[in-house]
Design a binder for this molecule. Structure first.
Ligand code: HEM
Length: 245
């Protein structure tokens, strides 16, 4: 195959309606020129990061709508839009695996191109991190307080698989998937530069483990432990063998 010819046609003319609507000319110019890549893994590295930024933009935008619908107690909309957020997060997690096809040495070559850039500077990530507190406030006000409900009631003493429960589970799934993204990202780092390394900001990489343990909605996780303790109180800490009866 004629590599130069493929390079020349890859970005298109930008004049067909498909190209105009999707702004492919600008989109396909967001990566370095082919000649400027330091190796054959760098296009993948830039593309995965750029695609992940787009998913985070979509997630942040969708969570704004989720917050509006929480305030309207429109559960169907909340659940549907959370499904969109969950799918986008799963895609973000899956896409990290692409970068595991890059050897540690090839990443070291790319790393020399990155200045002191850090994923912590990601605009999408920083925006999303600020949103859960607002979502929780809206959930608490409109689904719990206004109906004299608590997390304990919707999960246990008044459990009816209610709207409040469905929304709480959608919040929990968001929390779980975000944690999973952070976990898989740490695994990717372990595979690529090792956890004993320092980031391009000079910070120990293993500090990311702290972020990985952050829970946006601790009440939704605590209730499960409280239920286990409470239900387990019927038999104490360790149960008799069921074979003994
Ligand atoms: C080989 C691939 C990658 C390596 C070696 C890597 C490495 C790192 C390192 C060392 C940090 C810590 C930075 C600091 O302390 O300032 C970091 C943070 C971060 N990176 Fe990556 N990264 C990779 C891929 C990605 C990808 C594909 C994304 C896509 C969104 C991403 C998003 C982030 C985010 C959001 C943070 C902040 C995480 C947090 O605070 O929990 N990284 N990355």
């Amino acid at each position: 195959m004629d590599r130069e010819h493929v390079y020349a046609t890859m970005n298109g003319e930008g004049s067909l309606d498909y190209e105009v609507y999707l702004n492919t000319k600008a989109l396909l110019s967001c990566q370095k020129d082919f000649a400027a890549f330091c190796n054959h893994d760098e296009l993948q590295f830039q593309t995965v990061h750029q695609v992940e930024e787009l998913w985070m933009k979509l997630i942040g935008y969708t969570l704004l709508d989720v917050d509006d619908y929480l305030q309207q107690e429109n559960t169907n909309r909340v659940v549907t839009l959370f499904r969109r957020v969950h799918i986008a997060l799963r895609l973000m997690i899956e896409q990290l695996a692409l970068l595991e096809t890059m050897s540690p040495k090839e990443y070291q070559e790319i790393r020399l191109q990155l200045g002191n850039g850090s994923g912590q500077e990601s605009p999408g990530f920083r925006t999303i991190l600020k949103m859960p507190a607002h979502l929780w406030q809206s959930f608490r006000t409109h689904y719990l307080d206004r109906h004299a409900l608590t997390v304990e009631k919707i999960y246990n003493s008044e459990y009816s698989h209610s709207d409040a429960y469905m929304v709480a589970e959608a919040l929990a799934e968001f929390d779980e998937l975000f944690q999973r993204f952070r976990f898989c990202h740490v695994q990717l780092i372990q595979r690529t530069i090792g956890l004993g390394a320092k980031s391009l900001k000079g910070r120990p990489v293993d500090r990311l483990m702290e972020g990985q343990r952050v829970m946006f909605f601790p009440e939704l996780w605590d209730v499960r432990s409280q239920m286990t303790d409470q239900w387990g109180g019927r038999y104490g800490v360790v149960r008799d063998s069921i074979g003994a009866h």
